[in-house]
Design a protein around this ligand. Structure first.
Ligand SMILES: [Zn+2]
Length: 232
């Protein structure tokens, strides 16, 4: 999209959100934000969590980084942007759900898979992606002979699990999960098909979030089964 189109986009936004009869910002300014869900998503321009979940302003608290990674809990003197956003969402906003939203064709995951090549080109990405190195090693051990696309998909999904595990290293997240006050979810967005898959602990696999989609038969019956079930 050419940069100048953003100006028209802003005008449309202003008209739809500030000049419409139902100005959602009125309420959000008066009462403040109280989103129930934190989404940790990739910075990729094609995997916008608000767009793919049909969310409105105030619905989601979002942190985006390369490959939607949650680092492990570390209380030290370095700068932790992602952990700070998670902290605010959990402690201040008291969100009830955390969704880690990975996706297909992820450049960050490609850098993880091809670390040597990536390290020659980038200053920060390879070290950031090293957080998920155990996932790469596990996929390599299990699917070493598989084709690159199969390994890429397996790694994209394995990195979501690394982030879910790392979330549980934050003591104030683990305690809320154990108390039933917070649910964590692992979602995988397939850019090609538009499908979202959620991780299910019971089967230890990613299954379709919506059993059927518009245009497919049995939509209404299946829709009743589509809930916000926790991965854990
Ligand atoms: Zn990505």
């Amino acid at each position: 999209m050419p940069f100048r189109k953003f100006v028209q986009g802003y005008k449309d936004f202003y008209k739809n959100y500030f000049q419409s009869d139902s100005n959602v910002y009125d309420e959000l300014v008066r009462r403040g934000q109280s989103p129930e869900t934190l989404v940790i998503a990739c910075s990729d321009s094609r995997a916008d969590p608000a767009l793919i979940t049909g969310s409105q302003p105030g619905d989601l608290f979002v942190v985006r980084n390369v490959a939607a990674i949650v680092p492990p809990y570390r209380h030290d003197t370095t700068h932790h942007g992602t952990s700070a956003a998670i902290e605010f969402a959990v402690k201040a906003l008291k969100v009830k759900h955390i969704v880690v939203l990975g996706h297909s064709m992820c450049g960050g995951i490609m850098a993880l898979a091809n670390r040597e090549m990536a390290s020659q080109e980038y200053e920060f990405i390879t070290q950031w992606m090293d957080i998920a190195a155990p996932a790469r090693d596990a996929v390599e051990a299990e699917l070493g002979d598989a084709s690159p696309p199969i390994k890429q998909r397996a790694l994209e999904q394995a990195v979501i699990l690394v982030s879910l595990n790392n979330l549980m290293t934050f003591p104030w997240i683990a305690s809320k999960v154990r108390a039933g006050e917070l649910q964590i979810h692992g979602w995988y967005f397939d850019l090609k098909s538009g499908q979202i898959f959620r991780y299910k602990e019971k089967t230890q696999s990613f299954e379709k979030l919506a059993a059927t989609l518009i245009g497919q038969s049995g939509e209404s019956a299946a829709a009743k089964q589509d809930d916000g079930e926790c991965c854990c």
